[in-house]
Structure formats: C-alpha cells, structure tokens
Ligand binder design. Structure first.
Ligand SMILES: *Cc1c(COP(=O)(O)O)cnc(C)c1O
Length: 299
C-alpha cells in the first residue's frame, strides 16, 4: 500500500511503480496503454494516460505518448489482440477504469470482453493497473469493480470513496510480486515518491471510519436500495421519449438528454439542466447533456 494525497497522485504513483518495476528488473519498457476516452486525473502523468480532450487540449504537446485502445467488445477483440501483440514487447502497463469510464460521460462497457483483453495483456507480460478511484467502494454493485471479473490487477488506484469523500487521500496498492522488485539493499531501487502529507493522519482516520461504515450490513442494504430504485426509474426513463442510452450499474444511473447537438461535455444543454434541477432543489452535475445520479450511500 502506498499512500498519497488524491486520485491523480494515486495514478502517478501507479505509473511510476509499473515503469520502475521493469527498470528494477533490468528490462525497462517505454510504452503505456490506456482506453479511448479514459480519464485518470489532472496531473501530467495522469493527463498523459487520459485520452486527449477538452480537459487536456492546452497541454497536449507536453504529454507523453500513450497508445489508446478502443473499448473491448465481442466484435473487436481480435483486432485489439493484434494491436497488443505488436506493442507488447515494449509495453510496461495498461491502465483502465474497469467497467465504467466516469468523467468522460459515465460509459458502461462489456465486462466479459474486458476480462478477455486483460487476460491477453497479462499473457504478454503487461502489468494491469485498475483505476478504481471512481468505481471502488461499492459503486458498481460489488465492493470493487474488478470483482465482476476473474482477473486480478497488479496495481489498484483508490481515492474518492476511500474516505467517503470527506477528506483527500489516495492509495495505490500492488501485489507482492511488484513490491519484491523494489525490496533491496540497493537504494537505486527505491520508489522515490513522497508527498509531505502522504498518509496524512487525519485523512487515514477518516478512511478508517468510512471503511467501518462501508462494511456494515446497513450500508450494503442502502446501496442495494439505491440500485433497486435506479432500476425502477430506468424502466420509466426508457419509455419517456426524451432521453436515450439509459444505463444503470450499482448505485450509478446515467442517460443522455436527446438534443440536436452532439453528445459531449461541451453540449450547451448542461447549463439549462443545471438550472432546472437547482430550481427543484436538486444538486446534480451534468456532463454536457449526460445526466448521472450517484447518491452517497454511507448514511
Ligand atoms: C476522479 C478520478 C481521478 C482523479 O482523482 P482526483 O482526486 O480528482 O485527482 C482519477 N481517475 C478516475 C477514474 C477518477 O474518477
């Protein structure tokens, strides 16, 4: 477990762990893989593994090269395998948001295809970094999204729900296998990364308190209640005629309001949606014309 300050830094640490793992083993690898439309944070390493978008536009020329793969489906797996095979030898790691891409617009994708792709990457010696900053702590109906799959990641990034959103804290976990590549008398093998407020005691106390709530049966029941309500509402939404692509995964419900413009973060309906809900005294944060409902579930 490596402590840092927030989600973006948890991702930075994960990337550094993965790159230095190969370096410490005497076989450095240059390339990183990520998904199209990925979002992994706002610091430079995290921006680099995020797809180029309005969020990164002013900085694109400063970001390092990353290969972005299409989201896996039953139809494109063969093509993805071929792409991975071509790059595998020089690829350190593959970072992905399991099952659900959050910031880009709550895109839910196929777990079975992800499983097959991850197994292939592992066979090729590519480290798997699961960014569960958004999906972790019960959001997808299991404690962690990776529990929907058989494959276990080498590295996991956590933040957000780690403290129940109360205070900033990031955690990057790794397997014993990764850890052992750093365990040495040789100081050059150290993971040289440490923020002043790493493992901040107040934040850790909040995380422990939040975890205590998280494992309570009442809290699980609450997540199940939210998911059931979402399911019910999703049925109504699908028939209402003004929205599309209604998707529900655990405590997340998301859909697009149909407009004449493109579905995107810059869709101008966002301001009107925001105003409408505020008048109803509901605080939501539309991503362009995408509306998502993601209530807190700890109480
Ligand atoms: C929010 C988020 C981040 C960044 O976390 P911050 O704490 O906002 O820096 C990284 N990855 C994912 C998947 C996120 O949802």
């Amino acid at each position: 477990m490596f402590y840092s300050d927030n989600g973006s830094t948890a991702v930075e640490v994960a990337l550094k762990m993965a790159i230095q793992y190969h370096h410490n083993n005497g076989a450095p690898k240059r390339r990183l893989l990520a998904f199209r439309n990925a979002y992994h944070g706002d610091t430079f390493g995290a921006m680099s593994v995020s797809d180029r978008s309005v969020f990164t536009k002013a900085f694109d020329q400063y970001l390092f090269d990353v290969t972005f793969l299409e989201l896996p489906t039953a139809d494109n797996l063969k093509a993805l395998f071929a792409q991975v095979d071509q790059l595998a030898e020089d690829t350190a790691a593959f970072i992905f948001e399991p099952l659900l891409q959050g910031a880009v617009g709550m895109i839910v994708y196929d777990a079975a295809s992800l499983e097959v792709l991850l197994q292939h990457c592992r066979r090729k010696g590519i480290l798997l970094i699961a960014d569960e900053i958004f999906t972790g702590f019960g959001r997808t109906g299991k404690d962690f999204a990776m529990q929907h799959l058989q494959t276990t990641p080498d590295i996991i990034c956590l933040s957000k729900g780690l403290t129940g959103g109360a205070i900033a804290l990031g955690v990057t976990t790794c397997t014993r296998h990764i850890y052992d590549a750093f365990l040495s008398e040789n100081k050059l093998k150290t993971l040289f990364h440490g923020h002043s407020f790493t493992a901040n005691p107040l934040a850790c106390t909040a995380a422990l308190a939040s975890l205590e709530l998280f494992v309570q049966p009442a809290c699980l029941a609450n997540r199940q209640r939210v998911a059931a309500k979402h399911q019910q509402f999703a049925g109504w939404l699908r028939d209402c005629g003004v929205v599309k692509q209604v998707r529900q995964l655990g405590t997340l419900l998301a859909f697009e309001v149909i407009t004449n413009g493109a579905d995107s973060y810059t869709n101008e309906l966002a301001a009107a949606i925001h105003r409408f809900f505020r008048e109803q005294q509901v605080m939501i944060r539309p991503l362009g014309n995408t509306i998502y409902i993601l209530p807190p579930t700890a109480s």
